[in-house]
Ligand binder design. Structure first.
Ligand code: PRP
Length: 286
């Protein structure tokens, strides 16, 4: 049988949909049966294993899966030997310490002698040690936010994304332990044949991510402002400049980082730019 790369993704949970989406954006179609725990890609030598989030780092370490899409938070917590190859820009969250909102927070020493409920004992333990804090860790596997309300703990250490779960449970964030997003990880010892497939997949993912972070920008400008506008635009190389029908005007095309767009817009307008448009990019080969 020809070589296939085995990728683990979340069986259920927040990362699953975006994990399948990035594979799809990479041109990989997966035949997905309902409740199937294993699936094959139709047009790429890839087998998808749907696994429990918290088991994924161990499966990758042991080579059951060659690669996986998993949260950095899980990689850090599980302390398994895997290689982080690429962050993927979705499922961003923070691991936070939180306490009841009416409590007065007096700084890190607040946690000395306090009981903290968490599903992230290793990350919490490392943080407490680093800050010379002496707290009691109470490990629970889910619904951590309820712990202070039912007298199980004084505070919690859990993931926060929108903050709505904390809010609903009358808690406030007071310290950040780490920030996280989805990432692609691999086993440390991949065969040459699989490495070739992985390089291909990684190349596709990087192109998809670059396209997401950039926009194609078009604008019209008076010819005597082209130089000034070129200096403002942090484009890929130099912009394309094409004459307009209207005498003395040109159309300027370039690629711009999405996050830079709002920073340069005022300068572009001040230099006479008109008809400014941005267009999403499908794929961007770097
Ligand atoms: C996570 C986390 C919090 C919640 C925070 O749970 O454990 O409970 O999300 O998100 P918010 O700030 O947007 O409210 P999730 O629902 O992912 O499931 P989990 O219990 O398996 O971690």
């Amino acid at each position: 049988m020809s070589t296939r790369l085995k990728i683990a993704i979340q069986k259920s949970g927040r990362l699953q949909e975006d994990s399948l989406k990035i594979l799809k954006d990479c041109g990989i179609s997966i035949d997905n049966g309902k409740d199937q725990l294993k699936a094959q890609a139709r047009n790429f030598p890839l087998e998808v294993l749907y696994l429990r989030n918290s088991d994924i780092p161990e499966y990758v370490q042991d080579g059951v899966a060659d690669i996986a899409i998993v949260g950095e938070n899980v990689v850090i917590e599980k302390q398994k030997e895997v290689k982080v190859l690429q962050t993927l820009g979705f499922s961003k969250c923070r691991l936070k310490l939180a306490i009841p909102k009416d409590e007065e927070y007096t700084g890190l020493s607040y946690f000395n002698g306090k009981k903290i409920a968490t599903s992230y004992p290793n990350s919490l333990c490392a943080f407490l040690k680093e800050n010379n804090l002496d707290s009691e860790i109470h490990i629970i596997s889910g619904s951590v936010e309820i712990a202070p309300n039912i007298g199980l703990s004084d505070g919690i250490c859990d993931l926060v994304s929108s903050g709505s779960t904390l809010f609903k449970n009358g808690l406030k964030e007071v310290e950040q332990i780490l920030s996280s997003e989805a990432c692609l990880v691999s086993n440390k010892d991949i065969s040459d044949e699989k490495q070739e497939l992985l390089d291909n997949l990684l190349f596709r993912m990087k192109s998809v991510l670059a396209a997401k972070n950039n926009k194609y920008l078009l604008l019209n400008a008076p010819n005597d402002k082209i130089e000034a506008i070129n200096n403002i635009l942090p484009g890929m190389k130099s912009p394309t400049v094409m004459p307009l029908m209207q005498e003395g005007w040109s159309s300027i095309h370039t690629v711009i980082k999405d996050k830079d767009f709002w920073e340069v817009i005022d300068q572009l307008k001040a230099n006479g730019a008109e008809g400014i448009l941005t267009i999403p990019i499908g794929k961007m080969i770097l």
